[in-house]
Design a protein. Structure first.
Length: 130
């Protein structure tokens, strides 16, 4: 483990919802687990386009009750701006929402639990590939 405090990327939460025991075990071993409001938005988007909307919404609501949700603020926006500028300078863009998620992890000094390799493009971001 990289640290005991993790921000969960959307893919990690989706894996948890699908019953991934590896993710469940990592979360059980974590000191603290957080999720970004951006991740919740992505999860809600997935739920609303799902054929099982009500089931998915229930999972999200239950999940949001047991983790700390980090909201974007002016400090998050500043970190976002730095990350996006650096990525643009390198010619290595990543999805917009993932820049916000990375910014939240960096702002709060959290390891980002993730599976998307494009997060490796963000300098200074501590990654926890689950």
């Amino acid at each position: 483990m990289t640290s005991g405090r993790y921000l969960l990327d959307t893919g990690i939460v989706a894996s948890l919802f699908r019953g991934d025991t590896g993710v469940r075990n990592q979360i059980a071993d974590a000191e603290e687990v957080f999720v970004s409001s951006i991740t919740l938005g992505e999860l809600f988007y997935g739920a609303f386009k799902s054929q099982r909307t009500e089931d998915e919404l229930k999972k999200i609501d239950e999940f949001a009750q047991v983790v700390r949700v980090l909201e974007c603020d002016a400090d998050t926006a500043e970190v976002y701006g730095r990350i996006k500028t650096a990525l643009r300078a390198k010619g290595r863009p990543i999805p917009e929402n993932d820049i916000w998620i990375a910014a939240a992890a960096m702002q709060h000094d959290l390891s980002l639990a993730m599976r998307d390799p494009h997060f490796e493009q963000v300098e200074g971001l501590t990654l926890a590939p689950w």
